[in-house]
Design a protein around this ligand. Structure first.
Ligand code: GDP
Ligand code: IMO
Ligand code: MG
Length: 423
């Protein structure tokens, strides 16, 4: 059985931990979008790993991990990740990791353009500064460099020359920044190509052949629905489809083969970066949950903004991605609270919004209407069975199921691999 994990909030739902658990039962795990803007944390024993480009299943040495064509790859960052994992004892052979020939490459000028654009915007997005937006822009603008191009000096030469021809003008004339030297980038990137060559292949064919041979595939999403370029809180989003549509476009696997779709959410909400966040806590409560949940970005270290669970948003996310199951992560972070709230609609200028409003002015100013639940005020970290969860915790989760119209299958009660309830 294949399955996909999709973030149903603003990213950092705990997808890494969930993928690590689910990957035990599959043969192959594939990332389908995003780049090293992602930070997926996996904790096994006393060891912590943060994955940016490599699928979170890599710790299972006998399984295969794939970086799909929908991902944008910064080869420097990827090689650092590969080398780091080798140092920690993982083989990182081409049997274990495969990289799509068609995945687009993040170039040095993408990273700088990302930061320069942000610095000029009055309404900042708060990007990770990893060059993700400019790289996807070049992909869509048909200016992009693909992984396969790093293996062909003539193609890389022609593409890079064209790019620098246009970009150096923009860097110098618009941004008053430097000229990029052709040979420096050309040699650097040919070298990356040489080092990554053995991993690069047609991953779409590889995945489809594997599925034909009855192997199972887990599709690993990065970011979350409200950072999706089409369905998110635009323009405060990332530049890829973090929703289920990203799976097909980003791997070359057809919709009917995706299998089960698991929407991952936190038991509350967080967001890192700018943009509307209706259920955001006040300063004091923000600090309280940030401390309990260690809510600091795994890629940039920025403090995450925290708030109550927003069922208006997550219901929309579950609909868009056709979620079959819910994974509720970080329930333990709410363990000590006296009261817990869920937003069920918004009010703005006398009007009630039961569904996600796409007018960002409405979303930014809407006041959430809450249902309030008594907390359970006892630790859930040792619990491994649904029936052993405190009654108030079950009531909270059961209410979420009703509001979201999706069954809760996984409840995570701690950051470690075994701290999970499977219902
Ligand atoms: P991802 O981007 O969706 O993979 O999520 P991140 O790894 O960026 O952020 C999730 C954070 O929560 C990580 O530090 C995890 O170790 C941690 N985490 C995951 N599940 C749980 C849980 O159930 N309880 C607690 N307390 N921490 C968790
Ligand atoms: P994972 O996979 C949380 C946010 C950034 C910014 C916006 C655009 O770990 O859940 P970008 O660099 O992508 O152009 O930034 O998206 N963002 C994330 N927030 N988790 C992520 O990934 C994110 N990846 C990007 O903070 O608001
Ligand atoms: Mg993350």
């Amino acid at each position: 059985m294949n399955l996909a994990v999709v973030g149903a909030q603003w990213g950092d739902e705990g997808k890494g931990k969930l993928i690590d658990i689910l990957s035990e039962k599959v043969d192959i795990t594939v990332r389908y979008q995003g780049g090293n803007n992602a930070g997926h944390t996996v904790i096994v024993g006393d060891k912590e790993y943060i994955f940016h480009l490599i699928p979170s299943a890599i710790l299972r040495k006998e399984k295969v991990c794939v970086i799909g064509n929908g991902v944008v790859i910064d080869p420097k960052a990827l090689l650092e990740e590969i080398d780091g994992l080798k140092k920690r004892g993982l083989p990182m052979t081409e049997k274990q990791l495969k990289i799509s020939a068609n995945a687009h490459v993040v170039m040095p000028y993408h990273r700088v353009m990302d930061q320069l654009r942000e610095s000029k915007r009055a309404n900042k997005i708060g990007t990770t500064g990893r060059g993700i937006g400019p790289c996807y822009s070049d992909k869509v603008g048909r200016m992009g460099v693909r992984m396969i191009d790093l293996l062909n000096p003539r193609v890389l030469q022609a593409k890079l020359a064209d790019n620098l021809n246009e970009k150096n003008d923009i860097f110098v004339k618009v941004y008053n920044f430097k000229n990029y030297d052709f040979s420096e980038i050309y040699n650097e990137y040919l070298n990356y190509g040489r080092r990554l060559k053995s991993y690069i292949c047609d991953t779409a064919l590889y995945l489809n052949d594997a599925i034909d041979q009855k192997k199972s595939v887990l599709f690993e999403g990065a970011q979350g629905t409200f950072l999706d370029i089409d369905f998110g809180t635009y323009p405060f989003v990332t530049s890829s489809n973090a929703t289920i549509g990203g799976v097909c476009a980003g791997t070359g696997v057809a919709p009917a083969k995706i299998g089960k779709i698991v929407a991952a959410v936190k038991a509350y909400t967080t967001r890192v970066g700018e943009g509307p966040f209706p259920t955001e806590f006040d300063t004091k409560m923000n600090e309280c949950i940030r401390t309990k949940g260690h809510e600091f970005g795994s890629t940039t270290g920025r403090a995450r903004r925290c708030g109550w669970f927003d069922s208006v948003l997550v219901r929309y996310a579950a609909t868009i991605s056709g979620a079959n199951e819910l994974a509720i992560m970080k329930l333990d972070v709410l363990d000590e609270l006296k009261e817990i709230k869920i937003a069920t609609s918004y009010k703005y200028k006398g009007k009630t919004y039961k569904d996600y409003p796409h007018d960002m002015e409405v979303l930014a100013n809407a006041k959430p209407v809450y249902e309030t639940f008594p907390g359970w005020q006892t630790s859930t970290r040792e619990i491994r069975q649904w029936s052993k969860l405190p009654v108030n915790a079950r009531r909270y989760l059961e209410r979420l199921e009703v509001l979201l119209k999706v069954k809760v299958k996984y409840i995570s009660v701690g950051s470690k691999r075994d701290e999970i309830v499977v219902r």
